[in-house]
Design a protein around this ligand. Sequence first.
Ligand code: ADP
Ligand code: MG
Length: 724
Amino acid sequence: MGYESRTQAIYQITDREPIPVGPPTRLEDLWAADVFSLSKMKQCLPKAVFKSLKKTIEAGEQLDVSIADTVASAMKDWAISKGASYYAHVFYPMTNATAEKHDGFISTQSDGSAITEFAGKLLVQGEPDGSSFPNGGIRSTFEARGYTAWDVTSPAYLMETDNGVTLCIPTVFVSWTGEALDKKTPLLRSIGAMNRAATRVLKLLGDDDVAPVNSSCGAEQEYFLVDALFANSRPDLLLAGRTLFGKPPAKGQQFDDHYFGAIPERVQVFMQDVEKKMYRLGIPAKTRHNEVAPGQFEIAPFFEAANVASDHQQLTMTLLRQTAKKHGFVCLLHEKPFAGINGSGKHVNWSVGNSTQGNLLDPGDSPHENAQFLIFCAAVIRGVHKYGPLMRAVIANASNDHRLGANEAPPAIMSVYLGSQLEELFNQIATGELSDQYSHSGKLEFEIDTLPPLAKDAGDRNRTSPFAFTGNRFEFRAVGSSQSVSGPLIALNTMLADSLTVVGDLLEGELSKGTELNQAILTVIQEIMQKHGAVIFGGDGYSEEWHKIAVEERGLANLPTSADALPVLTEKYIEELFAKTGVLSAKELESRYEVYAEQYILSIEVEAKLVVDIAKTGIYPAAMRHLADIATTVGGLEEMGISLDKDNIKTVAELTNSMTSKVSKLSSALTKEDFASTEEHMKYFATTIRPMMDAVREDVDALEAEVADDLWPLPTYQEMLFIK
Ligand code: ADP
Ligand code: MG
């Protein structure tokens, strides 16, 4: 690029006008206009078919083939009336991506004419050529193909481009032998497992009428916007999603003047465009604001059932990227696009509940609700204590490593933040010494007492906990901005299913001894707290002290990199957890490990190759031109008897030499091929390759501070972060 084109980009960007998205539209007109919702199905399906479909949806089962033709035909007519000519089975492979297989409704007839057709079997089952999706070896040992099938709990919708409309059908993706090849299948299974265990506990608590228990999710998405003119001329942003080089700007985020400040107009217009599209797709966008770093923003929807929320989250990422392009931006979903500047996370707000008992993680205002809340909360605490390493593993990837275990964002040690009031209550239950605040006779008696209202803790704002209770839900803050929320939701639902099974056994044991219900509840919570209370932590999660205490005194795992965290998936107790809950078979779990490990290695490899490329073909020539320019001038002046300070020449020459030698070392380090295991391979990239990349960066960033700005080939941090 160079200065001239960088300056031109600046002129062009300054001249950019916000791209209007049409007059404001009323929410009623937009809302779910492009979704084949239950109410639309009710309108266009025969009564009996609709009833049967609704049952299927509520039970989360596969579509009944006997009604599939009718449903498919109604869906097709609706889509065609809105301009669709193609349909796509949308699925979620083991990457964080969304995949689609498109097919036309067209069918040619023997007389040469063409009609539109969409048979039930095409709705129920599709056959993408899945052989190129990562499968961790599952398919090679079974069948070459997998198939997709409509997940009836997630409605079909329309996606529009300037040139046409496509009917999109959310599907599961499985091998012919039934193994999950995607993220949706285990998510649905985990909801089922959690439902079974939760229902049993609710019945033990005396509830006869128990509707299916589902988990909810509201995901807060952080992202950066960079003008496309800058982003597209940075090969690192283009291919790796983050800057591999870049000197920190003189002004970073230290003024705190961006957070909740006024949103720049061009950005606001972009956000409004995204929100309009989200509304049409029935995604309840709710909050938008600037984030801590310059150029960083957040969007959060109102929470929904986990399965739908997960599909909607994938769509939101797609919409953010696509719409940014229209507005001349590139939307960066990477966890750490700019070194030294705050990274991006995706807070996964999660709870469980149903239509009869409501939100089970809400303290509520009746004694019965409080008892229920404490039991479910205790089950979550046990889950995090026992399966914290799993929670770390499901958010492990090369990009999230820049947040977790680094010096920012939630730490890589999983702990639970409850807020001081709730923490105190649980501790008192653990020791059996309840203060007057919670009891009248030294005993918590749910029949007569209610908990004092649990205020949302002010300390909650310190944000150093990876997993915090926030009033009526838990917020999993360590999830990365580019990640699918399915993995975290699967882990949370599955570990809760396991904990609730244990809670159910304990309760049953107490009750069968004739213990009165309230006492049984307290005894169970006490037992859980004594075994698992060590995972509760209300202090500063970033502090060195905590890192020491957590590991040495509390026995919690600190897994700083993905190379440390991913092997957790191969441990026996994790295999058992997934097997006994029926969420993933040993083979499915193993394949996941292989896929994630491979992705980890590949993403660092791509970055390392980019470091070598950019350093050799961009930075080195710039430094040499700079030296040539200056050397000529200095030489000329010396001939005239004028001597100059040569510090800059020396520094640039030294840095260039040092960079060059580090680059060639990195290059040869990348040729190593003999690894004893996947684990060793990952470790090599985490502990050898990454530090070598950082070492090159050190020289390059130092050069940026010395080399003439008009020769510098990459748009700078200052330009990318501050010019909108
Ligand atoms: P904050 O910044 O304080 O965390 P936000 O309003 O940005 O709050 O985001 C909170 C998120 O939590 C929203 O997506 C909201 O819908 C979600 N949420 C609220 N209640 C629940 C719940 N019971 N289950 C899941 N998510 C919830
Ligand atoms: Mg939040």
